[in-house]
Design a protein around this ligand. Structure first.
Ligand code: AOF
Ligand code: ZN
Length: 359
């Protein structure tokens, strides 16, 4: 049997493999798998590439062939035990004669879970929780979606080093570099929906489109948060380049001709939790929130900003619009504490990824 150090190393590779599916597996999870032969040598690797395609386990087993017999499989998510778009991976692992299965995270999807129990019942040795933290972070959007029944939110903003997104006169073009903007495009294209507030639509008339993702053929849905239904009929966000949903209040009186999503009011805006549950029902796993410090403040206040993606330019404005609007903090005790997950230089700019700190 492999040592705990070997388990961690092989699982780290499985997590890396899972990441190859980033942006194309929705509404399915990112999953990676490494299969060792009975002598402990890597016999096959695989990852889940797109919904409806082979699961990671099946992809890795296909590469390993007969060498999987008596070997060990490392999977970032508990093998499924159901027939959905494809057959059960628990069965595929048993048929291949795998002797040991190492799992990072248990599957929260009640329809698919149960693979670990099935494998154990058939005499396979199962170890769970290996490198769970890394596997959780790598698949956080889908895990949020599957566990909470709502879409996961990445709030993106660009600001100067002093946290400002526009100058005093409202001008805001190109605070960050072309490299940072290209990176935003990549990140945005991996989302299932792009969300902006009516303030941004009125001020900038953004198209909110992203390049179509490889494999999936899906274009991110555009969502405008527009409580009273004030989106101009000729706004670019209503063009035919991508589908658009305009979220308005249940009782909004609006002449708008668009796909309207009526939501309960909440604190002067809309109930954003209800929005995210509605989006999840439409198989939106991850949303990319951009445009509008006011809207971003509402998401933060309602505890619904799951990840912050910040592009910080080495520049100072000293006055002008703050990146984040009112977020329900009146006194320092109410501060929204985050932890940093990652930082990197993108061209001259700093890219930071943070998430709420859970005490
Ligand atoms: C994946 N890829 O590698 C694994 C998954 O609709 P299906 O049949 O593809 O099943 C999707 C469910 O299977 C998914 O929600 C998750 O619970 C489980 N495992 N899914 O797409 C994989 N291992
Ligand atoms: Zn499966």
């Amino acid at each position: 049997m492999e040592t705990p150090e070997q388990d961690a190393a092989h699982m780290a590779r499985a997590v890396e493999l899972a990441g190859h599916g980033h942006g194309s597996t929705s509404p399915n999870p990112l999953v990676g798998c490494v299969v060792l032969d009975a002598a402990g040598q890597v016999a096959g690797e695989g990852f889940h590439a797109y919904a409806g395609g082979p699961h990671a386990e099946v992809a890795a087993l296909a590469r390993a062939g007969e060498r999987a017999r008596g070997g060990t499989a490392y999977v970032t998510l508990e093998p499924c035990d159901h027939t959905g778009r494809t057959g059960p991976c628990s069965r595929a692992l048993l048929d291949a004669g795998v002797a040991r299965v190492v799992i990072a995270v248990t599957d929260p999807n009640p329809k698919a879970a149960g693979g670990a129990a099935r494998l154990r019942a058939h005499g396979v040795s199962v170890t769970s929780g290996v490198l769970a933290g890394a596997a959780e972070r790598g698949n956080e959007e889908w895990l949020t979606y599957a566990r909470l029944g709502r879409s996961h939110v990445t709030w993106k903003f660009a600001a100067t080093l002093d946290g400002r997104s526009a100058a005093e006169d409202g001008t805001s073009q190109w605070i960050t570099s072309p490299e940072a903007r290209a990176d935003v495009h990549r990140m945005r294209a991996a989302a299932d929906a792009i969300v902006a507030g009516i303030g941004t639509v009125l001020a900038d008339d953004p198209g909110l489109t992203a390049r179509v993702r490889d494999g999936s053929g899906r274009t991110p849905l555009r969502v405008v948060i527009d409580t009273e239904g004030h989106t101009p009929q000729h706004a670019r966000v209503l063009d035919d380049k991508a589908p658009t949903l305009v979220a308005v209040a249940e009782d909004a009186r609006t002449p708008l001709k668009a796909d309207l999503l009526r939501l309960p009011r909440h604190e002067g805006g809309l109930d954003l939790g209800a929005l995210l549950r509605e989006l999840a029902a439409r198989e939106v796993v991850g949303v990319f929130l951009e445009g509008g410090p006011t809207l971003a403040g509402s998401f933060v206040r309602q505890g619904l900003a799951d990840r912050v993606l910040a592009y910080v330019a080495p520049a100072l404005l000293g006055s002008g619009r703050a990146a984040l609007g009112a977020a329900g903090v009146g006194t320092i005790d109410d501060v929204h504490r985050l932890t940093f997950d990652d930082f990197s230089l993108i061209g001259p700019d700093l890219r930071l990824i943070a998430r709420p700190a859970h005490p």
